[in-house]
Design a binder for this molecule. Sequence first.
Ligand SMILES: *[C@@H]1O[C@H](CO)[C@@H](O)[C@H](O)[C@H]1NC(C)=O
Ligand SMILES: *[C@@H]1O[C@H](CO)[C@@H](O)[C@H](O)[C@H]1NC(C)=O
Ligand SMILES: *[C@@H]1O[C@H](CO)[C@@H](O)[C@H](O)[C@H]1NC(C)=O
Ligand SMILES: *[C@@H]1O[C@H](CO)[C@@H](O)[C@H](O)[C@H]1NC(C)=O
Ligand SMILES: *[C@@H]1O[C@H](CO)[C@@H](O)[C@H](O)[C@H]1NC(C)=O
Ligand SMILES: *[C@@H]1O[C@H](CO)[C@@H](O)[C@H](O)[C@H]1NC(C)=O
Ligand SMILES: *[C@@H]1O[C@H](CO)[C@@H](O)[C@H](O)[C@H]1NC(C)=O
Ligand SMILES: *[C@@H]1O[C@H](CO)[C@@H](O)[C@H](O)[C@H]1NC(C)=O
Length: 910
Amino acid sequence: MASNILFRLYFFVGIFASAVWTHKLATEFMSLECVPTLSLARIYLRAGYVLDKHVRFSAVDQYGRVHEINRALAMQCGYTISTDFRGNIEFRASLISCYSQIVDDRNFTITVQIDVANTSDMKNASSCLRTLSCSYFSWRPREILCETNYMEVSVRREIPQIQDFIQDEPDDWTEVFPEAASGPASVWQVVFHLPSAKKAMLVSEAQSVGYGINTTDSRILLRAPFDASEAREMNVQGVTFSVLRSSTFYKQRWMILLVDTAVACPVDDIKFTKDTIIWSIPKNIDSLLVGASYYNDIHIVMGVNLHKLSSTDISKKNYLFSHDHQTITVQIPVGAEGGYFKSHVREGKHGITYSINVFLEHQWDDDRWGATKHTIIKEITTPFKHVPPVITNNTIPSRKLFNVSIGTFLTDTKLVSLTIGSESLAVTEANKRGYSISEIKHPNGSTSYIVTVPFDSPNVKKTYDGGIDRIYTLNIIYKFQVIPENQVFTETAIVSCPVPDAVLPDAVGYCDKEHLSLMVTRGNVDEDWLPFLSNLLLTTSRHSGYTLHDNGTHFLLQVLKHSSLVLYESLQSSDIMITLPLDMRDSSGLTMKNFSISCSYPSKDLIECLPNGTMIVTAVKLVEVPDMDPSQLALRDKNCRPTLVTEESATFIFNVNSCGTVRKFNQMAMIYENDVLYFRPGMSDPAYQLKVACWYTINETIVFPYGFESNPAPKVQPGFGPLALVMRLFKDLTYSDFYEDTEYPIVRYLRQSLYFEVELLYSEDPQLELFLDNCWSTTSSDQRSSPQWDVVINSCENTEDSHETLFHPVMNNSRLRFASHAKRFEVKMFTFIHDTKALLGEVYFHCSVVICDARDPSSDLLCARICIPDKQRFGRSAEMHYLHGHVSSGAVILMVDGKEQNARMTKSVD
Ligand SMILES: *[C@@H]1O[C@H](CO)[C@@H](O)[C@H](O)[C@H]1NC(C)=O
Ligand SMILES: *[C@@H]1O[C@H](CO)[C@@H](O)[C@H](O)[C@H]1NC(C)=O
Ligand SMILES: *[C@@H]1O[C@H](CO)[C@@H](O)[C@H](O)[C@H]1NC(C)=O
Ligand SMILES: *[C@@H]1O[C@H](CO)[C@@H](O)[C@H](O)[C@H]1NC(C)=O
Ligand SMILES: *[C@@H]1O[C@H](CO)[C@@H](O)[C@H](O)[C@H]1NC(C)=O
Ligand SMILES: *[C@@H]1O[C@H](CO)[C@@H](O)[C@H](O)[C@H]1NC(C)=O
Ligand SMILES: *[C@@H]1O[C@H](CO)[C@@H](O)[C@H](O)[C@H]1NC(C)=O
Ligand SMILES: *[C@@H]1O[C@H](CO)[C@@H](O)[C@H](O)[C@H]1NC(C)=O
């Protein structure tokens, strides 16, 4: 009976506190009942009393001896003990069970001892004795009872006419007759009819192998388990029956009593559809009709829980009960009144069954047996049906409260604990933690549970999927217990709800001279995001290229401008763009957000122009030329390689006089230019060209745009370098000692010689030559003040009067390494006259100078040493090959001595 999952427990385990075996309790929890129509008596123990107890039933015979009823004795003697899923225990005894005291085959007294104990060893058990007295007198000549654990047949043993035996039973009896005839007298024997042979046993032998055989005043009875070794399975109209064909006989001296004790009970007669139990029993069970040539139904009834039902009751309970001439059919809708649902746990899953205790009684009349009453009791349980609980999400996002219901469950299923997020709680604790758990009772007796959890609970997971929403996810694991078995199962509800409250991290960036900085304000979705620069995970420990400070709500990243972590990009405006790209990645490495700060720095920052003409140029890898290998960079002269190479940059240190550097002049500055070049292998056009320039100016700051060629040249603002001119007064013609700044003003007598030298300071470029353009003297330090007196005019000595200016040659010496960087001239001390009055006081000397390319003095007329008439200076080519500058001397004071005063030594002014 594979489809029937009913347990048959003989000792049941359960809980019930503080029960005392009193009469009061006994009547409350126990009911005794005679069911004569089924020739049964029953005792019903309610679960409330026996739960978690060990219960033992024993039969008490007429001498007061106690016989413990175990499984084998129950089948042999006609007892059934069954426990339903709710823990109720039903004890049934056949009225003709072994220890029944039978009077006249009418009054039956069954005495049962019931022991209830807390432990399985039955120590300290409370016992009680119960006696049922039942009357039954309408015995049919043959009664067959198919109990759930045994088959029982009792046959009236009145003696009809002897000769009939042989005539009517050609099959079985003829065969048995020889055994009967030859067997010992006054001994009951039984012969089993097996398909191949007969098997005769003494009754005592049969009893020892589990058969129950006995006689009463008027009847002979045989009882056997369904799987008795002499029972056979037979198919009757598609239903399997367990059939035991047997003849029991008793030989007396003068006659043989031979009784057919065939019994047949169905074993697989129940079918289940999704919502109906279908029980079909064939009417014509051959084994029970051997020798009969016709039969008539007397009546057919069905009942539930051992009680017969009228046809009105049947239809009220929605059962269907029908029979035709072949089959009796009972149909019971799953869930119909009379049965009950029960929860179960199978493989960790929740499911239900429906159980109902049904019986069928078929009485017929045939020409061989007279009347037969065939009663079949079935405890039917539908197969386990997995019923996943329904989880309903009633969350209202605006209230920020998860509301999840789970159900429905039968009353035998209780929520015992639940795990919310990572927190496990008993139901009673949960309400204290701000959650709410309520049990909802439905009108049909089932229950649901509603759990509410606020969104802001720490056990609600918040995730971010990239949009404006945060996803709040509630993960509940419910633990349920099914009573009385105390089986547990868990169910998981995962409910998520998007709320548009995502706050992404935000950043502000700024740059200073040395650093690029990003201040990131954390949002509410980035707890597990990590900051990356390129593929480098940033940490707050010490690093060379950057610093990271994190205070929980903000972090500040500062990266050195020239760190290898930044990106360089050239800009149209001859600046260089430096970008700090910050990636925020989630724990799986996915970039969730990136920030960058880009600042443009003048590219001249990459160029340093030392006063002595050394250029220091750093070329950085640009995002536009990602394949550039800085070590392969070179200057215009390809032999000039970088002095210092990193992965991201190359630094060149070279003199303006080398590496293909070109010198140019404009009005304001002298310019040195070169290029840093990168050629891809085999290519003649550079993939990268950084134009570098140093502008040298004389004591002036010039900032103005500088034109550059278009691609591929990154634009570069030139570096600036200082040049300085100095005009010194020497003590004598040897030009070895000059007056220090602190010695001014210098005092001179009229007509005393003044030895001046004008020098270009710092430059180490030997190819430069300094020329004097004009030199003049004034009475104030302002070179533009009047009166003025010319000393050098258009690069020529002023020869206007006899006190002409004299040029002196310049030689290299230890002080002056480049003779071409200086010019010398001598003038005589004089004084200005105004309105025939000598202007006494200070005199200053000033020169305008040009600095030219000594290799090509003819490139500009100013750079030629020849004295050129004034007018020829106009119409010079627009292109300039010189740099203009001014220089002034310190003050010179005339020493006044009347005799020395000489009008010829004066320069008169208007
Ligand atoms: C069984 O246990 C319950 C409580 O555990 C107790 O009240 C009762 O007296 C016990 N009964 C017996 C028979 O020991
Ligand atoms: C047979 O029946 C008698 C009378 O009811 C009873 O005393 C006896 O125990 C029974 N024997 C068996 C083996 O069932
Ligand atoms: C059987 O029981 C009935 C009712 O209990 C009683 O009236 C009757 O006398 C009894 N019969 C015998 C034979 O004991
Ligand atoms: C039985 O009961 C006695 C007293 O009532 C107690 O001392 C003893 O421990 C009990 N034994 C068991 C096995 O419960
Ligand atoms: C739960 O209900 C909320 C509110 O109706 C809804 O926004 C959300 O998508 C639901 N979640 C699931 C997993 O059904
Ligand atoms: C973190 O630093 C930021 C910026 O300096 C400041 O506004 C914020 O208050 C700081 N937070 C904490 C928790 O110190
Ligand atoms: C120029 O000056 C720098 C720094 O003062 C010095 O290192 C370098 O050697 C000088 N170059 C020449 C060619 O003198
Ligand atoms: C230019 O010369 C003036 C006067 O001698 C001086 O004060 C100033 O610092 C110089 N400027 C530069 C850039 O050398």
